[in-house]
Ligand binder design. Structure first.
Ligand SMILES: O=c1ccn([C@@H]2O[C@H](COP(=O)(O)OP(=O)(O)O[C@H]3O[C@H](CO)[C@@H](O)[C@H](O)[C@H]3O)[C@@H](O)[C@H]2O)c(=O)[nH]1
Length: 485
């Protein structure tokens, strides 16, 4: 018995024998590891054992298991192999200087994590898992699990509307009449959607998604194909969503997939316990009027250019509103581009007192939960949206990549946010567009329409009991369909 197996056995003995053992397999991106970790804690609080796989560096910087759950959650650190062209020390997409390098990270992930999962699946009773819960990237997980008689569930960190738009799993794998093989397939609502909706990509977003890759996909398996394979091979699909938010899309997904589709709740994380280094910012927020501040942040994956960041800076300035900006350096800063560092000359002096620019990682949820923050200028990454909704702030949407355009259309359709106006051809936006969208929700909010809606949404999406009930329903399904003894 190796060390890992011994550990798993001791964890297993420590807990109730009726509980399940669930293996969680997040992709190597902050926006995936963070929600999977939150889910691990919530599953453990329901009395189940969890094995969460990540890499040593990601565990150190992101995964914080409270002592009361340490006996139920086992974090397994999987070292990535050396892969040519993968920068030294890169263990998540945030570490890659360019998106073109993602295939190298996928290649390393596939090699190391498929082997680690096999080791875990081979563990003797009582450590053998009852379920594998996989993210989109581990397309090999359902087959590996089935080989050991263990069922696999797909956990979608995307909303049901996003998956629904892409159609059945075969379409994600590039097969059948709904396969999206050209930009124009992304700009129209597909005819299998039986209700009116505006959920579709814009032309500039679709063209960006079909931009030829600068390097071939050395991992051999594209991102959409991975999702399709993972969904196809899974017995059940859990969605980070709720029935209140998108019942119509959840129903459609169950039809498209011909398998159970269960919302697992939005599971918004609580504010950080440790805000060391951010005390001054929190004090500044304490001094602002309730609901008056715009919090601006664009997640961990999108790499904005210095020109885009300058436009955002000028937009925040032109809005005349107090703001707090989680600023990440521009993608062209160290590549010999015309980069200015992303901030216009004299910007910080001009907005001094009214605006705060935070560099580096910030405790986003603690900021969103602060009573002074009234709006969130966001790229519409699904974590950020759920955190904003749960904390009752108004959403101003500036989508940049992936699911974000669809999220933005969906939220606007449900009157849960306002999208920044863009040039339809190239997707560019001007400072006045940012300022106008911010002022629309913060200053020109007739009858407090957006404010009232935001608080109402917080009662639904921030309701821990409702979120946990969704998770319990999902876990009950897993428990009733667990592998036999
Ligand atoms: O300084 C920071 C920056 C981010 N975060 C957190 O990091 C997460 C970021 O997630 P998200 O807002 O979803 O953005 P991305 O990291 O860009 O997320 C990726 O993953 C999401 C879930 O699959 C997708 O919806 C996005 O489109 C994709 O870019 C959130 O929990 C934030 O609270 C911090 O705590 N501090």
């Amino acid at each position: 018995m190796n060390l890992l197996e011994k550990d798993l056995v001791s964890v297993a003995k420590a807990v109730n024998s009726c509980s399940m053992h669930v293996v969680l397999l997040p992709w190597l991106a902050f926006g995936h590891i963070l929600p999977f970790t939150e889910l691990a804690k919530r599953i453990a609080r329901q009395g189940h054992r969890v094995t969460l796989l990540s890499t040593p560096k990601n565990t150190r910087r992101l995964i914080d298991i409270p002592p009361d759950l340490a006996g139920l959650i086992r974090v397994v650190d999987v070292a990535l192999p050396r892969v040519e062209h993968l920068p030294e020390g890169a263990e998540a997409s945030i570490d890659l200087p360019s998106d073109d390098l993602r295939p190298y990270l996928r290649l390393a992930y596939d090699a190391a994590f498929a082997r680690a999962l096999s080791d875990i699946l081979r563990a003797p009773e009582p450590s053998r898992p009852d379920w594998v819960l996989t993210d989109y990237a581990a397309y090999w997980a359902p087959v590996a699990a089935a080989r050991h008689g263990v069922p696999c569930a797909y956990l979608s960190l995307y909303a049901a509307a996003v998956l629904g738009f892409f159609g059945p799993p075969e379409a994600l794998m590039g097969r059948g009449r709904y396969a999206k093989t050209a930009p124009e397939h992304l700009t129209e609502v597909p005819d299998f959607v039986p209700f009116p909706t505006a959920v579709a990509y814009r032309g500039h977003e679709a063209r960006q998604m079909f931009k030829p890759a600068a390097v071939p996909d050395v991992s051999g398996v594209a991102e959409l194909y991975r999702s399709g394979m993972s969904i196809h091979g899974s017995q059940v699909v859990g969605i980070r969503s709720s029935r209140e938010f998108e019942p119509e899309w959840l129903r459609l997904l169950a039809e498209l997939y011909q398998k159970p589709v269960i919302p697992v709740g939005l599971f918004p994380p609580p504010p950080a316990q440790d805000v060391a280094g951010h005390e001054a910012t929190l004090r500044w927020l304490d001094g602002q009027a309730p609901d008056s501040v715009v919090y601006a942040a664009f997640g961990s994956e999108a790499k904005l250019t210095s020109a885009q960041l300058e436009t955002i800076a000028l937009g925040l300035e032109a809005s005349g509103l107090p703001f707090l900006w989680a600023f990440r350096a521009p993608s062209d800063a160290d590549t010999g581009g015309e980069g200015t560092g992303g901030l216009p000359t004299g910007f910080e002096e001009r907005v001094n007192g009214r605006g705060v620019v935070c560099r580096g990682w910030v405790p986003q949820v603690s900021f969103l939960a602060h009573g002074s923050v009234g709006a969130f200028l966001t790229h519409a990454g699904w974590n950020s949206v759920t955190e904003g909704l749960a904390n009752g702030v108004k959403l101003v949407l500036l989508p940049l990549m992936f699911d974000q355009g669809l999220n933005a259309r969906h939220l606007v359709e449900k009157k849960m946010g306002v999208e920044v106006a863009r040039d339809d051809d190239d997707g560019s936006f001007a400072p006045k567009d940012i300022a106008a969208a911010l002022r629309r929700v913060m200053v020109e909010d007739d009858g407090d329409e957006f404010a009232v809606k935001a608080k109402e949404l917080a009662r639904v999406f921030g309701n821990d009991e409702a979120n946990d009930q969704c998770l319990r329903d999902f876990l009950r399904y897993l428990s009733e369909h667990s592998r036999g003894p």
